[in-house]
Design a binder for this molecule. Structure first.
Ligand SMILES: Cc1ncc(C[n+]2csc(CCOP(=O)(O)OP(=O)(O)O)c2C)c(N)n1
Length: 238
């Protein structure tokens, strides 16, 4: 199937104009067409999780936080299947965090793509585990005073790991990370840096292009296989 055939034409994408999720799912379809694979897509709940329905593939839109155990069950039931999880930081790193820790520890052979917009997007922009110190959300109107979770450290605490950090604004790099993660034998995790543009506008009064311009200016892509600094994008694996 080509990337267009991999898109479910029966429903219209409902993400906000300028949201990185449009590019994330389009890029994934391009990679799947290139690799000639038809994975099962699994998700939890949230804006990101809606993505499961937009593929013309077998997919499961699960319940909040439980995308990873669903995916692991599918993989164990039929190890020949490629299984990809898409969900947000609120879903995977909050209510679903225990499943992430244990799937990574067991090195379950699935790919988890976490769209990190630093808020609970669908429910109105509340504080999430990745909200940065000082950031304004609808539940931290004076700025967050809580240290964000370090996802990279959780993944790298294992003997074997694959951790990638990328952003839709760096399309080629996004493509490379998705391709490498799918080809990786074992648990692979991609953190997608992609701001919730509604929350960004609420904070700054500025739009999607400014939000992504900030990402472009902040992050540098590295090809080194070492733990990524806060302003680096890359792939770290062992
Ligand atoms: C058990 C349960 N608790 C709460 C909710 C409400 N809820 C729906 S989406 C969501 C947030 C999802 O946030 P995130 O995973 O960051 O996804 P985003 O919408 O930002 O992509 C929550 C808490 C729910 N659906 N189920």
């Amino acid at each position: 199937m080509n990337s267009e055939d991999l898109s479910n034409k029966n429903i219209r994408p409902q993400w906000c104009l300028g949201c990185g999720l449009h590019l994330l799912f389009q890029t994934t379809r391009e990679v799947l067409a290139e690799l000639k694979i038809n994975p099962v897509i699994v998700s939890g709940i949230g804006c990101t999780a809606r993505g499961a329905a937009y593929f013309n593939l077998d997919s499961v839109h699960g319940i909040h936080g439980r995308a990873i155990p669903l995916a692991v069950g599918i993989k164990r039931g039929n190890p020949k299947l490629n299984v990809i999880v898409f969900s947000g930081d609120g879903d995977i790193l909050s209510i679903g965090i225990s499943h992430l820790i244990h799937a990574a520890r067991r090195n379950d052979n699935i790919t988890v793509i976490c769209n990190d917009n630093e808020v609970f997007g669908m429910t109105g922009g509340q504080l999430s585990p990745t909200t940065k110190l000082g950031s304004f959300t609808t539940t931290t109107p004076r700025g967050s005073t809580i240290q964000p979770i370090n996802t990279q450290k959780i993944i790298l605490s294992n003997k074997k790991y694959f951790y990638a950090r990328t952003s839709p604004i760096f399309r080629d790099h996004l493509k490379k990370c998705i391709r490498e993660a799918i080809k990786h034998q074992g648990f692979s995790f991609i953190e997608i840096i992609s701001p919730c543009i509604i929350n960004y506008k609420r904070q700054t009064g500025k739009g999607a292009s400014e939000a992504f311009k900030e990402i472009r200016l902040k992050y540098k892509i590295t090809n080194q296989n070492h733990p990524l600094n806060d302003n680096e994008l890359g792939i770290v694996k062992k």
